[in-house]
Design a protein around this ligand. Structure first.
Ligand code: MG
Length: 266
């Protein structure tokens, strides 16, 4: 008797589910009248891009540094001279503080950038004087020399928050602090929209940046107030396509290294 009841109950449940599905399907189709093809289009077809594995460049990227040479880089102070940073198999390119900042030979406007850095495990110093470098998303003559996404060792090292790693220097702190301990490679993935200027030099649209540090969002479409000076207020100075610059900071701490730098023009 109990078995018969159980079978009847199962049959009832199945029938109820079927009816409920019918009602949902009917109400969904009743709400969506018209031609679905009216809102679908087929051109232009997005270009096929093969993604890279393990942070390797996608097929359409410009490789700015793969560890083998500094051919894409020059001295920032003397762009006619080669970049004099140190190359090695394990460390990629290491900052040469005496040689100063380096920048790309090529100029860019809007882009997606991938770059990795390593604070040496024997790093010393504190605050801003501990593994300080920086990625200038556009290297611009005059003013602060561009727009700096800060590189610094902020694993258990505090400083002013709008100057820690992941900040747009002196403008906007990172949303969180995802820094890894010294000795490990860390990665930035950045989307940069350059500012636009009118022929008279006035600002048409400000720069915007989205950045991930170690895969964690630290800048979410932040609108820049201008360049990133050490002292004083940000300001815009009209420019066009510009190189990307890496900072050789003058602090006394051990120099940091960069590797696996690639970019996609947007
Ligand atoms: Mg810096």
């Amino acid at each position: 008797m109990a078995i018969k009841q159980n079978k009847q109950m199962k049959k009832h449940v199945v029938t109820s589910l079927f009816l409920a599905t019918l009602v949902v399907s009917y109400s969904a189709s009743a709400q969506q009248k018209g031609d679905p093809a009216a809102t679908e289009y087929y051109t232009p077809v997005p270009k096929v891009v093969t993604p890279g594995k393990n942070q390797a460049p996608p097929s359409d990227a410009i490789v700015l540094f793969d560890g083998s040479n500094l051919d894409h880089w020059v001295s920032a102070a003397h762009p006619e001279q080669p970049a004099q940073w140190t190359l090695s198999d394990e460390q990629g390119m290491t900052v040469n503080k005496k040689a100063g900042d380096i920048q790309t030979k090529d100029k860019f406007t809007d882009f997606q950038l991938h770059i990795e850095y390593r604070i040496p495990s024997n790093i010393t110093g504190s605050g801003q004087a501990r593994g300080n470098s920086g990625i200038f998303l556009a290297s611009v003559p005059g003013g602060a020399g561009g727009y700096e996404l800060q590189v610094l060792d902020n694993y258990n090292n505090s400083t002013y928050v709008n100057g820690q790693a992941g900040s747009i220097y002196k403008q906007n702190p990172p949303l969180v602090n995802p820094c890894l301990p010294p000795g490990q490679w860390q990665s930035y993935d950045v989307v940069w929209t350059a500012p636009r200027f009118a022929a008279d030099g006035s600002l048409v649209s400000p720069a915007r940046v989205t950045a991930f540090l170690n895969g964690v969002l630290v800048q979410n479409n932040f609108i820049l107030k201008g360049d990133t000076p050490y002292i004083g207020q940000p300001a815009y100075h009209a420019h066009g396509p510009a190189p990307i610059k890496l900072q050789a900071h003058g602090d006394k701490s051990e120099p940091i290294s960069y590797r696996n730098i690639w970019l996609r023009n947007l």
